[in-house]
Design a protein around this ligand. Structure first.
Ligand SMILES: NC(=O)C1=CN([C@@H]2O[C@H](COP(=O)(O)OP(=O)(O)OC[C@H]3O[C@@H](n4cnc5c(N)ncnc54)[C@H](OP(=O)(O)O)[C@@H]3O)[C@@H](O)[C@H]2O)C=CC1
Ligand SMILES: O=C1O[C@H](COP(=O)(O)O)[C@@H](O)[C@H](O)[C@H]1O
Length: 561
């Protein structure tokens, strides 16, 4: 290893950033609700920055006061991987540049590739320059950030790499002059989660006597219910649940948190949020992207494991749960668990009734020809892996009895859009022409983040003719750019706030809900879907198979997004 050039404390943390990449600045167009009493956040032109009175992002300034982590080392396993390069390292850089990580902070990358510190520093700086998610660096700040970076490599199944990590933590302790706090982030293939956890345990690195120790685990947490339980048991042989942070990056999205803010921070929505008023709920996570070279992973996972079991199930739980008594980790997670438990079981015999699967064939997106799933690099010939799923969930509790929740997600759909739409019942009596439409409260998770309410209004003129109109709140009314989910979640883990991380029982229940589907659809031979449609059954660039429309029944239809 090369000699350390400067300690983390010497490197220091620069002033909060004033400039962000224009590509991350929010658009400012169309009707908007103003952000009332937001802390000194002036409206700004498209692409402009959002400085507060002191020239900083006012929301981050608030965070700096309330959420300062103790000195700590971030240890990233898999630091050379795709996620680390594109998302994690830019998120850490952004937090550090904005002064949110304090001055006594450093990063140890762990990998299997032989590299010295200098090579790793070069690697990270190149990754930051390449990633679209990196905040615009202030003059000199990349060079300072470089000084916080160290690297170790080795076999994750042996002991040596963990003793090197221990040495790094001792060095950081000497530099920081304090406790040996460490956040271990597992950004590796899931097969390594258990060996790494065991290795850290063997060398005593989960022990909190000299400082806090936390473990962040990427998704997927298990391949099915059985393996998820086995992984959980293995993790708990080393770590207490309070030390474990299972990442679901959807929970780090501002707009997902806003769902809770709107539900539980206002008096007008909660009285309507039940079977008396709601007809059904639609949760959509549409992706325009295809496989993006991830066949090795996706062929084994498919859409149910990749998106439904985790991200969509979390969106469902937040929409359907009871109001928590407080906004804290246990209160929120208890309520999510309660509603997940109330979901009507989907045994294999019911799967075809409530779930639809699909796989895209060749098609056209944004005017360009795109290949079908089976034509993507490294996909097995005749693969039966589903890339689309639509599911009807029923909830057996007093609030939601008889109100279906329709969830859908897929790759190579016409556009990227994630939305939760609460669709209300029709008025009981139609006294106006055109006045029997359903009101819809829609949470736009991404893009064009915001909330809209669709209702009927009189059209101008002599007649009482009604037409649907939309009242729209756009998140950019606050005048601050949205935090990357990884920034938010990393900082939460650093300050020990597990509110936005799924607890072990949530993950278990989510696997239970999809188990019948996986048992029915998994095709070990990897050929034709078992007892199912011939794949491909939707054209890339369309909204999925027709059967997904039939799932809704005669009087409901998917929203056109
Ligand atoms: N990429 C993404 O957008 C997302 C990823 N995730 C999750 O994040 C995790 C990482 O994904 P991603 O970065 O895409 O994966 P990559 O395959 O790109 O990177 C994985 C990292 O682990 C290292 N690694 C792989 N095999 C071994 C091994 N046998 N021993 C030691 N190190 C090894 C790789 O080293 P090397 O560089 O030498 O190959 C690399 O540093 C996964 O759990 C994934 O499911 C979750 C959401 C999105
Ligand atoms: O976890 C995953 O999420 C992405 C979609 O995330 P988003 O934040 O861009 O909506 C998905 O493309 C990927 O397949 C999956 O692994």
């Amino acid at each position: 290893m090369s000699p350390r050039k400067a300690t983390a404390a010497q490197a220091g943390s620069p002033k909060p950033t004033q400039e962000k990449k224009a590509s991350r600045a929010r658009k400012s167009s169309g009707p908007q609700a103003a952000a009332v009493d937001a802390p000194a956040a002036p409206r700004r032109a498209r692409g402009a920055q959002a400085p507060g009175a002191d020239g900083t992002n006012p929301f981050r300034a608030l965070m700096r006061r309330s959420r300062a982590p103790e000195p700590a080392t971030l240890v990233i396993f898999g630091a050379t991987g795709d996620l680390a390069r594109r998302k994690l390292l830019p998120a850490v850089f952004g937090l550090w540049q904005d002064g949110l990580l304090g001055s006594a902070f450093n990063i140890v990358g762990i990998g299997r590739q032989e590299m010295n510190d200098e090579q790793f520093k070069d690697f990270v700086l190149a990754a930051l320059k390449e990633s679209k998610e990196t905040d615009t660096p202030q003059p000199g700040s990349l060079e300072k950030f470089r000084e916080l970076l160290y690297y170790e490599f080795g076999d994750f199944g042996g002991d040596e790499v963990y003793s090197l990590i221990d040495k790094e933590l001792r060095r950081a302790q000497a530099d920081h002059g304090g406790r040996k706090n460490a956040l271990f982030y597992l950004s590796t293939p899931p097969s390594l989660f258990e060996p790494i956890s065991n290795g850290l345990g063997r060398l005593g690195l989960a022990d909190e006597s000299e400082g806090w120790r936390r473990l962040v685990i990427e998704k997927p947490f298990g391949h099915d219910l059985k393996s998820a339980r086995e992984l959980n048991d293995a993790i708990h042989r080393v770590w207490d649940e309070s030390q474990v942070y299972r990442i679901d990056h959807y929970l780090g999205k501002e707009t997902v948190q806003n769902l809770m803010a709107i539900r539980f921070g206002n008096a007008i929505f909660e009285p309507l949020w039940n079977r008396g008023f709601v007809d059904h709920v639609q949760i959509t996570a549409a992706e325009d992207l295809g496989l993006e070279g991830r066949a090795g992973y996706y062929e084994e996972a498919g859409v149910v494991r990749d998106m439904l079991q985790n991200h969509l199930m979390q969106l469902f739980a937040l929409t359907a749960m009871e109001p928590p008594a407080a906004f804290d980790a246990n209160a929120i997670r208890d309520e999510k668990v309660k509603v997940l438990r109330a979901v009507k079981e989907i045994p294999s015999g019911r799967v075809n009734e409530v779930a639809v699967r699909g796989q895209y064939g060749p098609g056209t997106l944004y005017g360009e020809d795109v290949p079908g799933y089976r034509e993507e690099p490294k996909v097995r010939e005749g693969s039966a892996t589903p890339t689309y799923v639509a599911l009807k969930l029923e909830v057996d509790n007093w609030r939601w009895q008889g109100v279906p929740f329709f969830l859908r997600t897929g790759k190579r759909l016409p556009k990227k859009v994630t939305e939760i739409a609460v669709v209300f019942k029709r008025p009981p009596l139609g006294i106006f022409p055109g006045g029997l439409e359903r009101n819809v409260l829609a949470f736009r998770i991404q893009p064009d983040e915001g909330v809209s309410l669709k209702f009927s209004s009189k059209t101008p003129g002599q007649e009482m003719v009604l037409r649907e109109v939309v009242m729209d709140f756009r998140y950019d009314a606050f005048g601050a750019q949205l935090e990357s989910p990884y920034s938010r979640l990393l900082l939460d883990a650093m300050v020990g706030d597990a509110t936005l991380f799924p607890r072990e029982d949530e993950v278990d229940l989510a696997w239970q809900i999809v188990s019948g589907i996986l048992d029915t659809w998994d095709t070990p031979a990897g050929r034709r879907p078992r007892k199912g449609p011939d794949f491909p059954n939707y054209v890339a660039g369309t909204w999925g198979p027709d059967e997904a429309d039939e799932l809704m029944g005669p009087d409901r239809r998917w929203r056109r997004l």
